[in-house]
Design a protein around this ligand. Structure first.
Ligand code: SAM
Ligand code: SF4
Length: 323
């Protein structure tokens, strides 16, 4: 399906829950967020039905996210059901990794194609400070097990001044062999993120270059997203940079989103104008649902407007929107 600017949308990010077992300081307040009542959250059957509609419209890749998708009961069953949808070529998951090891075998068996693991530090004290929980060992164990099982693993890190500057070089080191890519994601001014400052891109590059030598641009395809990759001498995996704010990639945006409560979001930045759960629950057939999705997609904005106050900006937390 195409939006009003001629971009093809073939990649759907589905938030399975707004709940999480961590409280990363740049994502959620210490007390957590006001979570959605259960009845407002899409059932797994509703997610599957909507995914089928999106597949009819041309979606080929689905990413499960949250909140923390692995706290949602039935996630393995959902992966299996999504696998059976005609046209869907790839199902991946973004997780904080804490519960990954215990679900890994079942997820592999269900047909999961790849996993992104969010990890902002390799230091246990900083892990506690950033996520407000213990659990680094479990995440590292999950990284090892997933990679050993042959699942493509990407690590996602959000470098933040005064929080994990010291982790940039050691985290990048994971791409020496263990993982397919380590990606540095620019902090976005969403929710608690507004209170922090991203490590500037030039600083990131300089630190990586000082530690590991020249960063050579890599033009191969590695995933569905907007990351720009570089190679490092002696590294099997790549290093990626995702700069949503300072190097906006909206012109090539191929993604749409479904929030845990059924909001259809053509753009991460913009407040949703269509709730697909309501449409489903009032008995709409697939044809009507597809028509409404198409209609909304036509109005996808040309680009985000982070940093400028806009009436239509989504003011919810990242965990609610589905990061
Ligand atoms: N809980 C899962 C996880 O942490 O991977 C999935 C949801 S989380 C919201 C998805 C990604 O969004 C994580 O990599 C997280 O670091 C990132 N994120 C959260 N808040 C952000 C912000 N303000 N700016 C940029 N990335 C953010
Ligand atoms: Fe939870 Fe992911 Fe947000 Fe951390 S970034 S609080 S793990 S949703």
């Amino acid at each position: 399906m195409q939006d009003g600017c001629g971009r093809t949308a073939d990649y759907l990010r589905v938030s399975l829950t707004d709940r999480c077992n961590l409280r990363c300081v740049y994502c959620m307040p210490a007390t957590g967020i006001q979570t959605l009542p259960h009845e407002q959250i899409l059932t797994l059957e509703e997610v599957t039905r909507l995914a089928r509609c999106f597949a009819l419209l041309g979606v080929r890749k689905i990413k499960l996210t949250g909140g923390e998708p692995l706290v949602r009961l039935g996630v393995v069953r959902l992966v299996r059901a999504l696998r059976e949808i005609s046209g869907v070529e790839q199902i991946t998951l973004t997780t904080n990794g804490v519960l990954l090891a215990q679900h890994l075998d079942a997820l592999l068996e269900a047909g999961l194609d790849a996993v992104n693991i969010s990890l902002d530090t390799l230091d246990p004290a900083r892990f506690l400070r950033i996520t407000r929980f213990e659990g680094l060992e479990r995440v590292l164990d999950a990284v090892d097990r997933a990679a050993a099982a042959g699942l493509p693993v990407k690590i996602n890190c959000v470098p933040i001044s005064g929080l994990n500057d010291e982790d940039i070089v050691p985290l990048a080191g994971l791409a020496r062999g263990r993982v397919r890519a380590v990606r540095f994601i620019e902090l976005m001014p969403i929710g608690c993120g507004s209170a922090y400052t991203a490590v500037p891109f030039d600083t990131l590059r300089a630190e990586l270059e000082a530690a590991y030598g020249a960063l050579t641009p890599y033009d191969g395809v590695l995933g569905n997203g907007p990351a720009r990759y570089v190679s490092l001498d002696g590294f099997e995996g790549k290093i990626g940079f995702i700069r949503a704010v300072t190097d906006c990639f909206c012109a090539d945006c191929n993604r749409v989103r479904l929030s845990a409560d059924g909001d259809f979001k053509p753009c991460l930045y913009q407040r949703a104008k269509l709730n697909l759960r309501d449409l489903l629950r009032t008995g709409a057939d697939d044809e009507t649902i597809c028509a409404r999705i198409r209609e909304q997609l036509r109005n996808k904005p040309e680009g985000h407007r982070f940093g400028r106050v806009q009436a239509d900006a989504d003011t919810r937390y990242m965990a609610s929107i589905g990061g």
